[in-house]
Write a protein that binds this ligand. Structure first.
Ligand SMILES: *[C@@H]1O[C@H](CO)[C@@H](O)[C@H](O)[C@H]1NC(C)=O
Ligand SMILES: *[C@@H]1O[C@H](CO)[C@@H](O)[C@H](O)[C@H]1NC(C)=O
Ligand SMILES: *[C@@H]1O[C@H](CO)[C@@H](O)[C@H](O)[C@H]1NC(C)=O
Ligand SMILES: *[C@@H]1O[C@H](CO)[C@@H](O)[C@H](O)[C@H]1NC(C)=O
Ligand SMILES: *[C@@H]1O[C@H](CO)[C@@H](O)[C@H](O)[C@H]1NC(C)=O
Ligand SMILES: *[C@@H]1O[C@H](CO)[C@@H](O)[C@H](O)[C@H]1NC(C)=O
Ligand SMILES: *[C@@H]1O[C@H](CO)[C@@H](O)[C@H](O)[C@H]1NC(C)=O
Ligand SMILES: *[C@@H]1O[C@H](CO)[C@@H](O)[C@H](O)[C@H]1NC(C)=O
Length: 560
């Protein structure tokens, strides 16, 4: 018996110094369309974590989210807010999934660097690599003008890595490595260093140096159900790389988990030295047919002991993690916390909230806050193109559409609208928007009887509603159905449900990489009308997040 006790005592100190997964939290931590996350921890900027996500045709491009506790993430700034930073967005990029692809964010010598890839016409062989820098990530206008790096591999998903000797390397999908000069933009010849473990699309590489090894972490299998994370290491950045025998080190493929498509991850350490990773995931189950929010960002703890390969904890809705930093919302930024309720009054003298996004760069005159005679409204001026565009769709056919991400499974969104159309084709309303070819709209307008591919539901507006504003609302009837209703704003009890639509309409298809936006639009449908729409009392209320087939949690930042 004595021996037994001695052993136990000897073990005690060991147990108390072993790190424990003793916190709990739920995923996704960046809910809503937040694809291809890259994150870094910056002790010098008040112990703040920063993440960027990909935005394709959405503008502003590349949001930067900041957090001090890994759970409350706030929009710190947006990197691409000036059309000169991305010159061709409104003329080229004909595919709905073109534009700004995955980015990498890194901090080096007092500067934050974000490098990304521009894909035009679905061509993954001649990708342009822009990068941006700032010393103040809490102001959108502080992000630099665009600079370009040569891209010998032509491929997507650039990473930046500073070696101990000051040399800078860029890895791209494929997987290729080049040495780059950030001053001149020059790059050396591409060396194909690893093909992954055999799955299609070895991509999203990140390089980390630990204990004399270069570790190459990549996504593999495509960003769908077969998505996975694999890793290789080498003593030389150009290889040869040794693939880890236990690959993949993170995946939900072939499982019946609710969270699917887990991959494209980045790893970072917190102030205590604990490792974490952020990856993308889709809340769809293996059925993978209904996932309106697309690819979202999920957090998981990792263990990376000296000389060893990292161990990543599987992604679930309910997680156990390392001790989290104390919860705080003392984070600077230009926008709200993700998943927060938002209401906008568009007061005179105010500007358009910075987290609202457009599809391609907006025509500024289409969006005027509190114009003369209409205080407390956002004036939307119609353009000839509707959300789909004209029959002969061209990227340069601008649309009037302003929106925010759908950030929770269950939510309510409503606006009040004052709009008195008179000419055929004039239309304004709200939309659940994935792409210009996949959107669900509720609008007021003068409609002809021309047959449309998807016959709309139409109803006459009661006369008694016509002398005031009308409230247009979309709510979630359940986890897979949107419900559209309208009411006289002075009598919410008058609400009429006008239709329901499956979220399948806004899942995948022409928007395989993006997720739903919820917003307001105006158009003349090619007609000659000029009637403006006045939007007021914009309100988005997150209600609940689904985190497993039969489990919901309240939206994290729900604030009434
Ligand atoms: C969690 O573990 C850390 C050590 O890694 C310890 O400092 C902390 O007190 C623990 N927290 C709880 C709630 O047990
Ligand atoms: C990757 O695959 C290509 C094409 O099959 C092959 O030529 C190349 O040698 C491979 N590279 C590595 C590093 O395995
Ligand atoms: C996943 O991989 C399997 C086996 O290779 C293949 O049959 C399937 O089509 C892939 N699924 C997707 C969505 O890529
Ligand atoms: C959009 O406008 C075009 C005319 O420019 C018209 O042919 C098309 O039916 C409209 N689409 C929708 C969804 O209203
Ligand atoms: C959301 O909208 C529904 C339907 O109009 C309503 O019953 C519910 O109370 C609303 N919930 C919140 C939190 O606003
Ligand atoms: C609008 O019309 C309704 C019914 O016709 C009436 O009850 C209401 O007082 C009017 N409101 C305004 C603001 O004119
Ligand atoms: C627009 O105005 C022009 C010139 O007045 C006219 O020819 C054309 O038919 C109008 N188009 C529509 C759709 O009303
Ligand atoms: C919706 O919820 C049901 C259970 O209530 C679940 O079986 C289904 O998988 C969910 N669908 C999605 C797309 O989340």
């Amino acid at each position: 018996m004595k021996t037994f006790f001695r052993v136990l005592v000897a073990l005690l100190p060991l147990v108390s110094t072993t790190r424990a997964l003793n916190s709990t939290y739920t995923n996704p931590v960046l809910p809503g369309w937040h694809s291809d996350p890259s994150c870094t921890f910056v002790p010098e900027l008040d112990n703040t974590f920063f993440c960027v996500t990909s935005t394709f045709l959405a503008f502003p491009g590349i949001p930067v989210y900041a957090s001090k506790d890994l759970l409350n993430w706030r929009l710190a700034s947006s990197i691409i807010t000036r059309s000169e930073q991305i010159p061709l967005l409104n003329t080229d990029y004909s595919r709905q999934s073109d534009g700004v692809f995955a980015a990498t964010i890194r901090y080096h010598d007092g500067i934050l660097y974000v490098i990304t890839a521009l894909v035009n016409g679905g061509d993954f062989t001649a990708v342009k690599i822009p990068f941006f820098t700032t010393t103040d990530p809490f102001k959108s206008e502080a992000w630099s003008d665009v600079k370009y790096i040569e891209n010998p591999s032509g491929d997507i998903d650039p990473d930046t890595f500073w070696d101990d000797d000051g040399k800078v390397y860029m890895a791209t999908a494929g997987v290729h490595v080049v040495s780059i000069d950030l001053e001149t933009g020059a790059a050396t010849e591409a060396v194909r260093v690893w093909n992954g473990t055999g799955g299609p699309f070895p991509e999203g590489p990140h390089v980390y140096k630990r204990d004399g090894y270069y570790y190459l972490l990549i996504g593999e299998g495509g960003t769908e159900l077969n998505h996975s994370v694999t890793i290789a290491r080498s003593r030389d950045i150009y290889g040869p790389y040794e693939s880890y025998a236990a690959n993949p080190i993170l995946t939900n493929r072939g499982t019946d988990q609710y969270m699917q498509t887990v991959g494209h991850c980045d790893l970072f350490q917190d102030a205590n030295g604990n490792w974490w990773g952020m990856a993308l995931a889709t809340r769809s189950g293996p059925d993978w047919t209904i996932y309106p929010m697309g690819r979202e960002s999920v957090l998981f703890p990792a263990t990376w002991n000296k000389g060893e390969w990292p161990i990543l904890q599987p992604v679930r809705g309910k997680m156990e993690g390392w001790q989290l930093p104390p919860p705080t919302r003392d984070v600077r930024g230009v926008g709200p916390f993700v998943d927060e309720s938002n209401s906008y009054e568009f007061e005179p003298g105010s500007t358009i909230p910075e987290q609202l996004v457009y599809w391609r760069t907006p025509v500024p005159s289409s969006y005027i806050v509190s114009p003369p005679g209409h205080p407390g409204t956002l004036q939307l001026s119609p353009l000839k193109s509707n959300l789909t565009g004209p029959a002969s769709f061209r990227p340069s056919d601008d649309i009037t559409f302003i929106s925010a991400r759908q950030t929770s499974t269950r939510f309510n969104f409503s606006i009040d609208i004052s709009f008195s159309p008179t000419k055929a084709g004039e239309e304004a309303g709200i939309s659940i928007f994935l792409t210009q070819f996949q959107h669900i709209d509720l609008s007021i307008g003068v409609f002809g009887d021309a047959p449309t591919p998807h016959p709309p539901v139409t109803a006459n507006i009661p006369k008694s509603w016509m002398n005031g504003t009308i409230t247009l609302q979309v709510s979630t009837a359940n986890n897979v159905t949107y419900e559209f209703s309208a009411a006289s704003s002075r009598d919410v009890g008058s609400a009429k449900i006008l239709g329901t639509a499956s979220a399948r309409i806004v899942s995948g298809g022409t928007g395989p990489f993006t997720g739903t936006l919820v917003g307001a639009y105006a158009t003349t449908n090619g007609g000659n009308g000029t009637t403006k729409a006045y939007i007021s009392r914009w309100k988005y209320t997150p209600v609940a997040q689904q985190i497993d087939f039969d489990e919901y949690v309240p939206a994290r930042n729900y604030s009434g």
